[in-house]
Design a protein. Structure first.
Length: 271
């Protein structure tokens, strides 16, 4: 009798542990951890969170203030995806770090802006004006294309893909002085501190600092920019059904309308 009772207890414990293990596995399968910049990426993900919940996906959003750790943490497996960067930046990161993170889908465009407290019109910009840009090599071509559009620099004809252009690849028409490059997250504060004449500021940081790109930018990127912000994932997860659901939700009409209404043109949805 005692042996039977012991056997029944053992079986019950095994079944309980198995059930717990099954639940843990289920939770792991349905939970997504996504790294994101505060604005607008994390805000957009927060809006998507309840929609994903209905799809059986528990979305955890991990916020970042820099552009290095989100990719490092993704490559290391601490994240399932991240949402903060454009394709040229991802390509450069993969090249520099020998990683193979991939683009899972374009979500939105943040028109990049050149800001100034000193100048109210591009025609007012004087020769030798100082411009502060970020230390992100992937953004240099983007900044230079904006300056070229207004006739402030000319990218040399030898540069076949202007996205890859650097300061060394220009004819400096206005003899602009490019100051020491700093972390992208510090540019908005430098603008407020009046540290230069012109500032090339990523839109997410501009918005976070209370700037309105549509109103405050002296020069603003067009909506057909090649720098769409994407969700990045590991290559081995390209067929992950939950990550595909994430992209589908971010492309949904509800999320697109949210982006259009909330950011008033400072952030533009894309498919």
């Amino acid at each position: 009798m005692k042996k039977n009772i012991f056997g029944l207890l053992t079986a019950a414990i095994v079944l309980t542990l198995a059930a717990c293990g099954s639940n843990d596995a289920k939770d792991k399968e349905t939970k997504l951890v996504v790294g994101a910049s505060n604005v607008p990426h994390a805000e957009i993900l927060e809006k998507a969170k309840p929609i994903l919940k209905k799809e059986g996906i528990d979305l955890e959003i991990k916020k970042y203030q820099d552009y290095i750790l989100p990719n490092k943490n993704l490559a290391d497996g601490e994240l399932d995806a991240n949402y903060f960067q454009h394709i040229p930046y991802l390509d450069q990161y993969n090249k520099d770090n020998k990683t193979d993170l991939i683009n899972a889908g374009k979500i939105h465009i943040e028109p990049f802006g050149i800001y100034s407290e000193k100048y109210k019109k591009v025609s007012d910009i004087k020769e030798g004006s100082t411009i502060l840009i970020s230390n992100s090599t992937a953004d240099q071509g983007r900044i230079l294309m904006l300056l070229e559009k207004e006739g402030l620099v000319k990218i040399k004809d030898s540069v076949k893909d202007k996205v890859t252009a650097t300061i060394n690849d220009i004819d400096n028409v206005k003899k602009l002085k490019f100051l020491n490059q700093i972390d992208p997250g510090l540019l908005a504060q430098a603008y407020k501190n009046n540290e230069a004449d012109l500032y090339a500021i990523n839109t997410n940081y501009a918005i976070d600092a209370g700037l309105n790109p549509q109103k405050d930018a002296l020069i603003l990127e067009d909506s057909d920019s090649p720098y769409a912000n994407i969700v990045a994932i590991r290559k081995e997860d390209k067929n992950n059904k939950n990550l595909k659901k994430l992209i589908d939700v971010l492309h949904s009409k509800e999320i697109q309308k949210f982006i259009e209404d909330k950011y008033n043109g400072a952030v533009l949805p894309t498919n």
